[in-house]
Design a protein around this ligand. Structure first.
Ligand code: UDP
Length: 380
């Protein structure tokens, strides 16, 4: 296939990301598979990105993530400087067939503003946008700019201006799903695991209370605001409370963290994360928000760990109730489901992940969408 795609990752983090980095992780998973399918990829990112691509362009040498704490106008200035570089690049060459943009709102609006001179553009939505309709209010790229979601539920909740430009959704994937059904079956431990940012939407407080009720050990893994280790949070003192996720943790979760039955271990990575997930009796998602994509959900399945969750956001799309997990709309019922989850077959979770959630499946679907976007943009 001869197709050249400019993949706009934005200026915030290198690709792959050094630690946390949802969007940059998705790009790092997608690009090698696209190139395997014959797509040429020009990556618009920061100079420190190390992902193998056909060409790379950058305005900033290093990721600008720390600058996100600065005043809003300075943050916008960085985003716009990056995008001005992307637009200059697009104007200076005629071999880019399509832009695949991942930069929230600003990126899409800038590319839309290029008018007919710009290449067809597919923008991937990464967040739950129902609460932020104004973010995309000015979108008008005509037939040239299209969007896709990371789940059907995310798209259904998106503002009308976005839904009118939608070409469908593509579920997230994980490299852990590749041949997941061929790896040796892991030993299961006793613990439940909640893997993710500590945040009211992810519901760690509900999980902690549940663990005490059913008497199962629970491990909470993930950062609390900017703090990756319990010692860092303890050392930060009262100033840390300015962060809403820190306040949530200290007020709603920490009272249930006894260091014995319920533990917060901070951020985990690499093999430690995979071992913790693979040995869990179940992964718990006691959600209070509409989870848009759920990378941790597909990672759990790939490692043979059934999911127990509130049926919100993308969960009913990713989890087959009674086969790969147990879902409920009633928070009170989660405890019963955790007990019943022992009946689910870890091998079945891995089989489903190997079929549905590999990077190859995701890349194939994006190639289809690229074709669709190009057709729509050239239609009379
Ligand atoms: N993650 C991790 N270590 C942690 C907590 C989370 O590596 O301690 C990873 C997790 O495995 C997943 C990503 O961070 O790949 C979180 O993505 P997800 O879509 O689940 O949640 P988001 O934070 O984007 O809402």
């Amino acid at each position: 296939m001869s197709l050249t795609v400019l993949m706009n990752a934005g200026p915030w983090l290198s690709v792959p990301p050094p630690g946390y980095g949802g969007i940059e992780n998705v790009i790092a998973t997608l690009v090698p598979e696209l190139r395997r399918l014959g797509v040429r990829v020009v990556l618009a990112s920061v100079g420190s990105s190390t992902l193998p691509v056909d060409e790379q362009m950058s305005v900033f040498d290093d990721g600008q993530f720390a600058a996100l704490q600065r005043p809003y106008n300075q943050v916008c200035g960085i985003a716009q400087a990056h995008l001005a570089g992307v637009v200059r690049e697009l104007h200076s060459r005629d071999d880019i067939d399509l832009v695949h943009d991942h930069v929230e709102a600003v990126g899409l609006a800038t590319l839309a503003a290029m008018g007919p001179a710009g290449p067809p553009t597919l923008h991937t939505l990464h967040w739950d946008l129902a609460k932020h309709p104004a973010l995309y209010g000015g979108l008008d790229g005509g037939d040239r700019v299209r969007v896709n979601g990371v789940s059907a539920s995310q798209l259904a909740r998106a503002p009308l201006a976005l839904r009118e430009h939608s070409v469908g959704h593509v579920h997230l994937s994980t490299p852990l799903a590749v041949q997941a059904d061929r790896r040796p079956r892991p030993e299961k431990g006793e613990h439940l695991l909640i893997l993710g940012r500590i945040n009211p939407g992810k519901g760690q407080d509900v999980g902690a209370r549940l663990a005490h009720r059913v008497g199962f050990p629970l491990v909470l893994a993930g950062p609390v605001g900017p703090y990756h280790r319990p010692a860092d949070l303890a050392a930060a003192g009262d100033e840390a409370r300015q962060n809403p996720d820190v306040r949530f943790f200290l007020d709603e979760v920490a009272p249930h963290v006894d260091g014995d039955l319920v533990r917060w271990i901070g951020t985990v990575a690499g093999q430690e994360r995979d071992d913790l997930l693979a040995s869990a009796r179940a992964s718990l998602f006691p959600l209070r928000w509409e989870e848009p994509g759920g990378t941790a959900v597909v990672e759990s399945l790939a490692l043979g760990t059934p999911v127990v969750a509130t049926a919100r956001g993308c969960l009913p799309e990713l989890i087959e109730h009674g086969r790969t997990g147990l879902l409920t709309t009633d928070e009170e019922e989660l405890g019963d489901l955790v007990v019943a989850s022992d009946l689910l077959d870890p091998d079945e979770c891995r089989r489903v992940a190997a079929q549905r959630f590999t990077p190859a499946v995701m890349a194939q679907r994006y190639v289809e969408l690229y074709e669709r976007v190009r057709q729509l943009s050239s239609a009379p």
